[in-house]
Design a protein around this ligand. Structure first.
Ligand SMILES: O=C(CO)[C@H](O)[C@H](O)COP(=O)(O)O
Length: 115
C-alpha cells in the first residue's frame, strides 16, 4: 500500500501542495464505514480529514470514529462532524493515516527522524 502512495508522492507536479492532496485522497480510499481511524497532524493529514468530512456528509461512508493526535486535528474533525474518540476508549485502530517527515531512498516514510 505505501509503495503506491510514495509513487504518487514523488510524481512531479506544478503545485507543491497537490501531491499531498493526491496521497491524502488515495489513503482515504482505504477507509470503510464503521472503521476506527487514527488521524495525524499536518498539512497532509488536514487533507485527509477534509475528505473524510466530505464523504461523511455525502453518505459515502458512515459510522467512522476518529482518534486524533492533536488539538488542531480534533478541532478540524469536530467542525466537519467526524465522531471523535480516544485511544483509551478505542485502543485497536482499523487504520491510521498521517503525513511523513521524510522519505528514505527505499521510499519508506520516516517519522520523527526515525527515532
Ligand atoms: O508528524 C507530523 C506532525 O507531527 C506530520 O505528519 C509530518 O510532519 C508531515 O507533515 P506535513 O503533512 O505537513 O508535511
Amino acid at each position: 500500500m505505501h509503495e503506491e502512495f510514495m509513487k504518487m508522492y514523488v510524481k512531479v507536479h506544478p503545485h507543491p501542495r497537490q501531491p499531498k492532496k493526491l496521497v491524502a485522497d488515495k489513503a482515504v480510499e482505504y477507509v470503510k464505514s464503521n472503521m476506527v481511524l487514527g488521524l495525524g497532524t499536518g498539512s497532509t493529514a488536514a487533507f485527509v480529514v477534509d475528505k473524510l468530512g466530505a464523504l461523511l456528509k455525502s453518505g459515502e461512508i458512515t459510522d467512522i470514529m476518529g482518534v486524533l493526535t492533536s488539538k488542531r486535528t480534533q478541532e478540524q474533525a469536530a467542525a466537519l462532524g467526524i465522531p471523535l474518540s480516544t485511544l483509551d476508549a478505542h485502543p485497536n485502530l482499523d487504520l491510521a493515516i498521517d503525513g511523513a517527515d521524510e522519505v528514505d531512498p527505499n521510499l519508506d516514510p520516516v517519522k520523527g527522524r526515525g527515532l
